[in-house]
Design a protein around this ligand. Structure first.
Ligand SMILES: Cc1cc2nc3c(=O)[nH]c(=O)nc-3n(C[C@H](O)[C@H](O)[C@H](O)COP(=O)(O)OP(=O)(O)OC[C@H]3O[C@@H](n4cnc5c(N)ncnc54)[C@H](O)[C@@H]3O)c2cc1C
Length: 343
């Protein structure tokens, strides 16, 4: 990469937000994709505003240099890896929650806002942002929108594409466009917001997002159900759904996964089981309790059905005991499930 290009970038941003040292560049050679060799970028830029993003993109366009948007680098599909060298454009520093519109139940955020932080802010108003990939504590809104991230709650609440209603995007020629907005229906014209959600940074750089929030459930109840035959676990899933209970979480964990998680965490998981279902129901306290006691949840799950009391102190504070952070995994058995009301 030419010195002219570096100088142009330093002219567009403050010099300390253009990284060129080998030790700094190395950190941006990888994301969380397993088995990817990585590739060191030529330069990393840390813009602080939409205008700066647009300036960088225009400079890159004129120089014919590839640009790789990047959030927290937790993606599992290699999208943030600068496969052809060039410029890594990190939006992690653009991390303001610009607006929390409680009346309209939505928020406007910059792309670097960490998902959990949005939830912490929303929880103060009894709201939550449902998409919850296992990386929720570090992944950014920009990255998770670009990946259309899902998460354990996807069964009941859907995935990221169901919550993004508006975007501000810098296109490949440096043009800034605004798509969608706060309006819920917004059905006129092409669904350009939908096109951008899940586009993995290939169509432009997201510089702002408007997302829907929902009322946080007042209570949660969680149970694990252990099966000697995996077919029984599958049939239980079907029976639960047929019983018109839509759990927030209904995760099927097979024998191999159980053994691997147990090897890593020593959490006391039943390694002799063929499958385990992790079930979480939520809603008003009574509804959550009733759902967790539905015969299909309880009977089909054999004598080794272990209710776990789960409460909802905040919108999203609690994570599943088998969430993607293995170090936090537990599988303690409790005898009853009594969800308590959020204060
Ligand atoms: C432990 C762990 C658990 C996970 N669990 C789940 C899960 O349960 N469900 C699930 O769906 N996913 C899961 N993921 C993957 C999840 O999709 C990513 O963690 C997250 O979406 C990426 O966010 P990020 O900020 O790290 O983005 P990055 O990894 O930095 O980038 C991801 C992609 O988004 C693009 N991008 C980043 N910022 C922008 C921007 N501002 N504008 C345009 N494009 C941008 C990048 O170019 C790249 O293509 C998990 C990952 C980990 C490591």
């Amino acid at each position: 990469m030419s010195n002219d290009l570096i100088r142009a970038l330093e002219g567009a941003l403050q010099k300390d937000r253009v990284l060129t040292k080998a030790s700094e560049l190395l950190c941006y050679a990888y994301d969380a994709t397993a088995g990817e060799a990585g590739r060191v970028p030529d330069v990393v830029v840390l813009p602080a505003s939409t205008d700066e993003v647009a300036r960088v993109v225009r400079i890159a366009r004129d120089a014919g240099a590839p640009v790789y948007p990047r959030g927290a680098g937790t993606g599992l599909s290699g999208g943030a890896i600068p496969a052809r060298g060039g410029i890594v454009l990190s939006t992690a520093g653009m991390d303001a929650v610009l607006e929390l519109d409680v009346e309209n139940q939505c928020a406007i955020v910059q792309p670097g806002v960490v998902i959990q932080r949005l939830n912490d802010v929303a929880a103060g108003h009894g709201l939550m942002y449902p998409p919850d990939p296992g990386s929720v504590a570090v992944a950014t809104m920009g990255g998770s929108i670009a990946e259309c991230a899902g998460g354990l709650r996807g069964l009941k609440y859907g995935v990221t594409k169901h919550y993004v209603t508006g975007l501000e995007v810098v296109l490949a020629d440096g043009q800034v466009v605004r798509l969608g907005g706060k309006t819920t229906k917004n059905v006129t014209g092409y669904d350009l917001v939908g096109l951008f959600v899940g586009s993995e940074g290939t169509l432009g750089v997201i510089t702002e997002a408007t997302v829907r929030l929902v009322p946080a459930p007042e209570a949660r109840a969680t149970m694990t159900a252990v099966f000697a035959r995996s077919g029984d676990a599958s049939r239980t899933v079907a029976a639960i759904m047929a019983g018109r209970v839509i759990p927030a979480t209904l995760e099927f964990i097979d024998a191999t996964t159980l053994r691997l998680v147990e090897e890593y965490t020593h959490a006391g998981l039943p390694t002799d089981a063929a499958a385990l279902l992790l079930i979480e129901v939520d809603g008003p306290p009574r509804a959550a309790a009733r759902s967790s006691k539905t015969p299909r949840c309880r009977a089909a799950a054999s004598p080794r059905c272990s209710p776990r009391s789960r409460t909802s102190p905040g919108a999203t504070g609690s994570r599943s005991p088998l969430s993607a952070t293995p170090a936090t995994a537990t599988c303690t058995r409790q005898s009853s499930s009594t969800p308590t009301t959020r204060s």
